[in-house]
Design a protein around this ligand. Structure first.
Ligand code: SF4
Ligand code: MG
Length: 316
């Protein structure tokens, strides 16, 4: 609710605060149990920051994050630790996120130790079973990360996230670093695991193509704000926000009628440390009106379940 995460910009020899980057600037949404929510936007839109704020890997500047019924940013460390096993992160670059000096076995054992699985035999069995669940095998346990391909490494990253039987997985561009041919294998794996373990996903991506087939709903972000949120079908077939339309025009879509030249995105993304007044998208929007330059549009529900922040819609 009303999530804000600002990072200070410091300068000079005394490191005085000279400004701030509003990485996330007033974002509200819900994620329902068992669904996949896609979060999409260009780099710098705040989507990864949201992922980290939700897991409390970053402290919040303002707002509230509720997981089930708990306000997680007010929990004491001991209570937070209990919840951590329910919420896990899968990283973009599996190679960078796996310790190169540790065997796979050790990488997968660590979360079990942290969360108090004391029996060594039980840990081993769980590691072997999980390797098989993600499409590897138990013999891989004694190898090092560099002995695997990119796709296999992401399977290890996913296995690590699943070791504690989490309820929520935040996947931050989990296939962006992989070859296109491998991407769909990993996406299919994530889908299968969701059904098997009753997982809820927040799936972060920088383009709408990747999240299309995995998301039940999609939220589009621009410069720290959510600009549109609705169910996948609606978003891909009847997008409302001009920015969503631009993003879609750069993705191959099955319906070529939909793609319109006029939606192609032009201009640079403005700096997040100095976002435009009013609607942050107004410097690149072809439908920009006078009101857009001065007044920030509110994020409102314009059709059932379809939220958008744009002066073209609703009673903004
Ligand atoms: Fe474009 Fe105005 Fe809508 Fe912003 S509020 S997306 S500038 S029409
Ligand atoms: Mg990112």
């Amino acid at each position: 609710n009303h999530l804000k995460k600002y990072f200070p910009i410091t300068g000079g020899i005394f490191g005085k605060k000279i400004g701030e980057v509003k990485a996330v600037d007033g974002v509200s949404f819900a994620v329902y149990q068992g669904e996949t929510l896609g979060l999409v936007g260009e780099s710098g839109c705040g989507k990864s920051t949201i992922g980290r704020v939700l897991l409390r890997l970053l402290e919040i500047t303002d707002g509230e994050v509720r997981f089930e019924d708990k306000d997680i940013h007010t929990l004491k460390a001991s209570n937070m630790k209990k919840i951590r096993k329910d919420m896990q992160l899968v990283f973009q670059d599996p190679y960078a996120s796996l310790n190169p000096r540790h065997k796979v076995e050790k990488i997968l054992e660590e979360p079990l130790i942290v969360h108090g699985i004391k029996n060594k035999k039980e840990r081993k069995e769980r590691i072997y079973a999980m390797l098989e669940t993600v499409g590897l095998d138990r013999y891989h346990a004694s190898r090092y990360p560099h002995q695997f391909s990119g796709g296999q490494r992401q399977r290890i990253g996913i296995a690590r996230a699943l070791m504690t039987h989490p309820k929520l997985i935040i996947a931050d561009e989990p296939v962006s670093a992989l070859d296109v041919s491998i991407q769909s294998q990993v996406l299919n794996l994530l889908k299968d695991l969701q059904a098997e373990f009753d997982l809820t996903y927040i799936f972060i991506a920088h383009d709408l193509g990747v999240v299309r087939h995995i998301s039940d709903r999609v939220g589009v972000m621009y410069l720290g704000r959510m600009v549109e949120l609705t169910d996948s079908e609606q978003l891909y077939e009847q997008p409302l926000h001009p920015y969503t339309k631009s993003l879609l025009s750069s993705v191959p879509v099955p319906d070529p009628d939909y793609r319109s030249e006029s939606d192609i995105l032009t201009g640079e993304i403005p700096s997040a440390s100095n976002p435009p007044a009013g609607c942050a998208f107004h410097t690149r929007c072809k439908e920009c009106m006078d009101v857009c330059k001065t007044t920030r549009p509110t994020f409102q529900e314009v059709n059932p379940g379809h939220h958008v922040a744009c002066h073209l819609y609703g009673d903004a």
